[in-house]
Ligand binder design. Structure first.
Ligand code: PFF
Length: 445
């Protein structure tokens, strides 16, 4: 099967499009708020730098050398046949699971573009009412926008790598950067910018507990799109002779810059208008719209472009979450792209409806498992368990299963004297940190 190739810029945009998503603009600010700011942000940044960056290189390597879907890539790089490591390729399933709630949230964002265009809630109480009414009672609105999200994502996927994914990212990523960059610059002119910087970077380590550590590591993976085969699948379409280190650096840098810009901008607005930083998932849907209302006319404008940017971020990540399994069915089961894209789309669409219903008052109790409703459970299981597990599998695979010469052939030159350091990190540092997360999660340490 011949895999379509990205252009070099197309790859950087698509991989950053995957990384920059709801995780950066919706999730990062609210978890940073919930876990008290500074110390959490520093832990997250350290994880991104020490573990995230190393695993990004490893995941790109597997795709670039394996040149196929996730399962076949693992097989191609393993000497032993049949390879038990091919099961590692099924990490693509986690992406599809994430889509179960991700598509519903993209639907909320579409709804908020319309709210921003028509009537912003006039205060936090009103904003809370609008959000909770949508979330807990309004099946029709959520279903309508979830359906639109499903249609757009599936359409892009069935157009393929060049005609769909690359094109989408060529258009949406520059616009997204422009919007977030512009709003960030505006935030720097406000009095509360300094308070936002303090909140995000002044570390108070007394606020850190093991739960915060697990969330920070899980989020570092989530935000960089690691451990699900998204980066792997895109890297299988990298042009020959690409420099994987440069590409990883770009993606990590763009992702981190957008998360920090979005966080600083949001907290500046919150402090400027006296709102609470620890508002949970409703932060951008409750606090922010009320603030935009208070800002007057510029707030109305910001509200529209902010939710448009959020939708762009969500869509470019959504296609990358679904593509690994689409690619798997195309190359292993001989599905046509149309059939593969449609069946994967229908999967997240239909199960997504269950997630959506699990937030609705009437159904919540029957769709609650282990103390979490289905929506929150999928979020938790994917971000906290499946992604780090995918990362662990990849680091052990590249560190111990693939022969070192093969790794050196691709990475020795671009990494130069850092090669051994990276190799050590992939073999020992990343697996140790990820195992601590796993043991902690199951209450063993
Ligand atoms: N990185 C995306 C975000 O921050 O929203 C989410 C994501 C996309 C996670 C693709 C994993 C993935 F494979």
């Amino acid at each position: 099967m011949k895999i379509e190739r990205f252009t070099r810029l197309g790859f950087i945009l698509a991989a950053s499009g995957s990384a920059v998503g709801l995780g950066n603009i919706w999730k990062f600010p609210y978890i940073a708020g919930e876990y008290g700011g500074g110390a959490f942000v520093i832990m997250y940044l350290l994880t991104v730098l020490v573990i995230g960056f190393s695993i990004m290189i490893a995941e790109m390597f597997i795709g670039y050398e394996g040149r196929s879907d996730g399962v076949t890539c693992f097989e191609n790089l393993d000497h032993a046949k049949p390879s038990i490591w091919r099961f590692g390729g099924f990490m693509g399933l986690s992406g599809l699971f994430v889509m179960i709630f991700y598509s519903v949230v993209i639907g909320w964002i579409f709804n908020y573009i319309v709210i921003a265009l028509t009537s912003l809630p006039a205060n936090v109480t009103e904003a809370e009412r609008v959000f909770n009414t949508m979330l807990n009672t309004d099946i029709v609105t959520q279903l309508f926008y979830h359906t639109i999200a499903f249609i757009i994502i599936t359409y892009v996927l069935l157009k393929g790598i060049k005609g769909g994914i690359e094109k989408l990212n060529y258009v949406l990523m520059p616009l997204l950067m422009l919007i977030i960059g512009g709003m960030f610059l505006y935030a720097t002119t406000l009095d509360s910018f300094g308070a936002a910087v303090d909140f995000m970077f002044k570390a108070d380590f007394s606020k850190i507990n093991s739960e915060a550590f697990v969330v920070a590591v899980g989020h570092a993976f989530f935000t960089l799109s690691l451990g699900m085969g998204a980066i792997l699948t895109y890297s299988a379409s990298l042009p020959k002779g690409s420099n994987l280190i440069k590409s990883s650096l770009y993606v990590v840098a763009i992702d981190t810059a957008i998360a920090l810009a979005a966080g600083l901008m949001l907290f500046t607005f919150l402090f400027q208008y006296g709102a609470e930083p620890a508002k949970g998932p409703g932060l951008v849907f409750i606090s922010l719209p009320a603030i935009f209302y208070e800002m007057g006319i510029i707030g109305n404008f910001f509200a529209v472009i902010f939710f448009v940017a959020l939708a762009f971020a969500g869509l470019t990540s959504a296609v990358s979450l679904t593509e690994p399994m689409v690619q798997y069915f195309i190359s292993r089961w001989n599905f046509s792209r149309l059939k593969a894209a449609l069946s994967m789309g229908l999967f997240f669409y239909l199960v997504g409806i269950v997630a959506l219903l699990s937030n609705i008052d009437t159904y919540e109790s029957s769709l609650t498992f282990f103390g979490n409703n289905f929506f929150d459970l999928v979020d938790f299981v994917t971000a906290a368990i499946m992604l780090p597990l995918g990362g662990l599998i990849m680091s052990i695979f590249v560190g111990f299963v693939v022969e070192k010469q093969r790794v050196e052939k691709v990475l020795k030159e671009p990494l130069g004297k850092f090669f051994e350091l990276w190799y050590f990190s992939i073999r020992y540092v990343a697996p140790t940190a990820l195992s601590i997360v796993a043991l902690n999660l199951f209450g063993i340490i």
